[in-house]
Ligand binder design. Sequence first.
Ligand code: R5P
Length: 299
Amino acid sequence: MNPKPLLLCFEDELETAARIARATELDLATIARHRFPDGEIKLRLPAVLPERLVILRTLSNPNEKLIELLLLAQTARLQGARHLTLVAPYLAYMRQDMAFHPGEAISQRIIGRFLADLFDALVTVDPHLHRVATLQEAVPVANAVVLSGASLLSDLIATRRQQPLLLGPDEESAQWVALAAARHGFDTGVCRKVRHGDQAVEVTLPTVAVSGRQVVLLDDVVSTGHTVARAARLLLAAGAVSVDVAVTHALFVGDALPVIRQAGVGEVWSTDSIKHPSNAVSIVPGLAQALLAQIPAAT
Ligand code: R5P
């Protein structure tokens, strides 16, 4: 098998793909995409493909992208590709990991199986794994690689705040808080959260003293912003001198940023797993390193 894969991307992720291509010395090609007036999608891949492909697709706004991946992977296999790696810096549908009410779809399992049927390998960053321990339990691909943005954010926080208190806004964030805090010996705490609806969350602060502290809320995802906004209001009311937010995946849907600002949050820092004005650290070197480690493994 030709050991050198071709990196494929869509136009809207060309900039990130070009940086990955430079760091890995992979050739890069874009996939032409046409959206018909009725919403259907047509893709056009390069006419000649090598046996190994790497596809970059971050899965924010995932629904159309999942159809694209289906069309892309099956077309690539028909054209002779034998090994497909999906690089999905943000992996969607990981939060619905159980049926919280009878009859609910367990999206994590279903989308995980869908991706595993299309791809041989997956590289992602801070997937929302809560009730399962490994990425392969959620996405049963032959080769699953998990990177984390927590260390990058931790290094950034260490340069921006003096002896910060690193807080997770809910129990699920404890894993990323622990990772980030261990790197610089930050004090930590984890809040408790009860979600009543998309924008209705109840947060309880941990018993750790917050008065006079510079607090940084660290989480994997900010979506509507209501989780960190609620936590920030409580922290400031309890005497925190500042509250900043550090997050791996900057979804920031709708009015999330104003919601966070109105709650008194100062800085917002994110990784570039999803392109956003808050991007402050880059996962690209980590992705490149992970890909380089994969290349000899599959020859
Ligand atoms: C879920 O547990 C995640 O880690 C985030 O806390 C959650 O997705 C944030 O959602 P939102 O910003 O809509 O409150």
